[in-house]
Each structure stands twice: as C-alpha cells, then as structure tokens.
Write a protein that binds this ligand. Structure first.
Ligand code: ARG
Length: 466
C-alpha cells in the first residue's frame, strides 16, 4: 500500500465552520489513512450498497447510482494498481475515497454521504473486514492445522511416549492421543470463532452519526446487500460498540495461549535432551556462532507472538473502558491492535499447519523415555486391585517396588517374578503383560482413553466434526 502524502492543496469536506486550517502536526497525528486504507474493499462495498439503497428509496436517481457504482469501481482498480494518491489531509480511507469519487463524477458523488456518517461507515467497514478475514483466511487456516494434527494422530496412533504431569513421567500414552488433545483445544477455538462471527456480522450502517437519520432508509436492504445477518437494533450502540473486536481479540488470545503451550512442548521435544521430534530444516534456523545449532524458531516465535496478542486485547479493553456514548475519536485506535492480531493469527496458523504436516518423529527415543520413570507403576497397582488388593494398599506395595527400582536402577518390567512376589503374593506370572508399555496403553480402552484403538476412532470422529 502506498504511503499517504501530506497534501496541503486538498480541501477537506468539513471546513465550512472553520476559519483556521488544521495544525500540520495535528493533521498527521489524527490521520488514520496510513492504517485504515487496508479496508478499501469493504469501504467501497459499503458505499455501493448504500447507493443502491438510496436509489431504492428515490434519494438518488438510477443514473446517479450507476455513476457512483462505476466511479467506485474505477477507484478500486486505481487502488489495486497502486496509483491512488492517499492524502493525510483527508484523514481516513472513507474521506479519501469519497473525495476521489466527487473529483471523478461531480455532484452525484456528493450525494453518496446522504443519511450516512463516517461513524456508522467505519463501524460497518471494520465489521466487514473482520468477517471477511474470518471467512476467507482464519477459518480455512485453522481447519488446515486441525487436519494436519488429526492426520498425524492417525499415523501415530500406536506410537508410545511418556505422558507427563508436573513434567514428570506419569503414564505411557500414544503420540496420536497427545495430538488429538491439541485438536480438541483447536476445535473449541473453532467453535468459539463461529460464535464470535455471529456478533460481528451485524450492520451498524443506518445509525448515521449517532441518532439515526431523517431519510426513510431501508436498512434491511443494505444489510442484505452486504451479507450482514441483520441491522443493529440501536443507533447509539451501533456507532460505539466495539465488543465484537474485543471478542475476537479474546478469541485470538485463547487460540494463541493454546498455540504457545503447544510451542513450549515442541521446543522441549526438539531439544537434544528429549530428541523426540525433528521440525525440519525449513522451519528452523542456525546460529551465527555455534555451528551445531538448529533452533526451533517457529514455535519460539509463536510463543513470543502470544504476548503481542494478549497486549492487543488489553489495549482494546483500555481504549473502551472510559468512553461515554456514542462515537468518540478514541475508537480510531481500535484498528491497529485488531489488524495486527488478524495478521499475527493468520501467520501463526499458516506456519503451524505447514510445519505440523512435515514434522518427523523419533519413536525409539520416545519409547526409551517412556521406559524410564516407572510409567507403568499405576498399571501394577491396578493389577493388584483386580487381584483383590484394596487400592491404597496396592499403591503402597508398588511404591516399595519403585523404591527398589530407583535404588537398583531398573524398571519394574526388569525385575524378576520372585522379586515382585516379595512385595505382594497377589502378583502372579501374568504381571509382565501389564508392565509393558503396549499393554499399558491398550488397557486404557474407553471413550477418551489413550488406547490405539480409541485414538483411531477419535481421529475418525474428529475428521467428521471438521
Ligand atoms: N477514522 C475514523 C475512525 O477510525 C473514522 C470515523 C471518524 N468520525 C468522526 N466523527 N471523526 O474511527
């Protein structure tokens, strides 16, 4: 996008009651065109719909309407060719486009703003912009990431790794199960986004400056033209509400919180201490001094960008908290945190979807890790319970066996039967079946459990939900 020029010669559309020109610094300080020009498509779509509505109630002739529509079409093409001259003196995307239109088509252009204000115009543009981003980019990228995770889960339904609590080995799990846990979070994020879209897709246009307008406007007509679900109910609320943006930023904060946790795991897993996964050379960078380094930049950056998104949520909440009804210029500050978050979310989802589709695992290392840390201790306790020992006693017995293992540097499965029997005569020679990693995961064979069979079924269900 081109840089807005400071253009003294441009006449502003609101100078009637002024005798002094705007201070040059104030002009630059107050202009939003540097960042709101990215909404030019939505601004033009809003104006086209408004012109059609005005013609339908005979506030414009059909000729005027057609001149406006074709003029706006030319302006859109000028912007897309990079030829449009953005002007800081014209403050924002709305006045820049409107001024260009009147320069092009004369008095018909001057009628476009009938029954409209920049206050309802900007509120409409921002909602349209966010809705379009949700539909065309964010939902598809989120689904692409979910698909990558589900496919990985299917492939690795039988791959064993240690599951952690307190980052200490807890019980063996399957890698597929772990991936599906991340998919559950993303699935909730996806459902929340669909819900957020419902409150985004409501049309402020027709609220005019704050109180509505004296013209017999047809708001249902405009809403339908723009694909909004309905016009907003209250004009004061229509121009001043930014809840939808805050809701989106809250949504993005939850998503990034999930992605940041996931990143933390990938960073750990790709360290030489864990060495469970290889993120692929195209997703890592080297060090300018340490020749051996392959750094997990992508998950680190996503973890870092999470802070930035949380910051945008705080910004928006602070921007809104002191504002009386209705529109205040403070609201111009809504755009940068919102746009930055949209860009950040899109980037994080894209890079993760690409990276997760190419990740390679080191299943032997994961398996070795699961063999350390007495991951099947709970299985031994459950075995004793099945043989009539009360759970608390079983817990105690296994604790003692683990203590011996710690002392002698052996896993439970490496002890011989006589040794194990020494801890409890409820132990028989079938005990070794429950002490294996495969036996342990296969035994958790119920809805939501880690058994490979369950993971495959859960992956199939997740695919259907997608
Ligand atoms: N650039 C302004 C914004 O982003 C547009 C609305 C201006 N309205 C006004 N009354 N000055 O909020």
């Amino acid at each position: 996008m081109s840089d807005p020029k400071q253009d003294k010669a441009v006449e502003k559309p609101w100078t009637g009651r002024f005798t002094e020109p705007t201070d040059a610094f104030v002009e630059a300080f107050g202009a939003s065109v540097g960042f709101d020009q990215r909404m030019y498509r939505q601004d033009i779509a809003g104006s086209v719909a408004h012109a059609k509505m005005l013609a339908s109630i005979e506030m414009l002739t059909n000729d005027e309407r057609d001149m406006i529509i074709s003029g706006l079409g030319e302006i859109k093409a000028e912007i897309e060719r990079g030829e449009f001259q953005w002007s800081i003196a014209l403050e924002d995307v709305h006045m820049n486009i409107e001024k260009r239109l009147t320069d092009k088509i004369g008095s018909a252009g001057k009628k476009l703003h009938t029954g409209r204000s920049r206050n309802d115009q900007v509120a409409t543009d921002v909602r349209l912009y966010l809705r379009d981003e949700i539909d065309s980019a964010i939902i598809p990228e989120l689904k692409r990431l979910q698909t990558a995770l589900i496919e990985l889960a299917e492939r690795e339904a039988e791959t064993i790794m240690p599951g952690f609590t307190h980052l200490q080995t807890a019980q063996p799990i399957t890698f597929g199960h772990h991936m599906l846990a991340w998919n559950e979070m993303l699935q909730r994020d996806s459902e929340r986004l669909v819900d957020c879209r419902k409150r985004t897709n409501i049309m402020p246009l027709g609220s005019a400056a704050l109180a509505g307008t004296t013209y017999p406007i047809d708001r249902d007509f405009t809403a339908k033209e723009l694909g909004f679900d309905r016009p907003c109910n209250n004009s004061l609320d229509g121009v001043s509400d930014r809840d939808f943006a805050i809701e989106f930023l809250s949504w993005a904060s939850l998503l990034l919180m999930h992605m940041s946790r996931f990143s933390e795991e990938l960073i750990l897993w790709s360290s030489s201490q864990f060495d469970w996964v290889d993120l692929g050379d195209s997703f890592c960078t080297g060090s300018s001094i340490m020749p051996q380094k392959k750094n997990p930049d992508v998950p680190e950056l996503v973890r870092g960008k999470t802070g930035r998104v949380f910051g945008s949520l705080s910004s928006m909440l602070m921007i809104m908290k002191g504002q009386p009804l209705a529109y205040n210029k403070d609201n111009q500050e809504d755009k940068e945190p919102l746009f930055d978050t949209i860009d950040t979310v899109r980037g994080c989802l894209k890079v993760y979807a690409d990276m997760m589709a190419q990740i390679t695992l080191k299943p032997d290392n994961m398996r070795d890790a699961a063999l350390r840390g007495f991951a099947t201790a709970t299985d031994l306790a459950d075995y004793l319970v099945r043989n009539g020992v009360p759970f608390r006693d079983a817990h105690e017995v296994v604790g003692k066996a683990v203590a011996l293992g710690v002392k002698t540097g052996r896993d439970l499965s490496e002890m011989d039967l006589a040794e194990l029997k020494g801890f409890s005569d409820a132990i028989g020679d079938d005990v070794f079946e429950v002490l294996t990693l495969e036996g342990s995961v296969a035994a958790r064979d119920h809805l939501g459990g880690t058994a490979p069979k369950q993971v495959k079924a859960a992956a199939a269900r997740a695919k259907l939900t997608l």
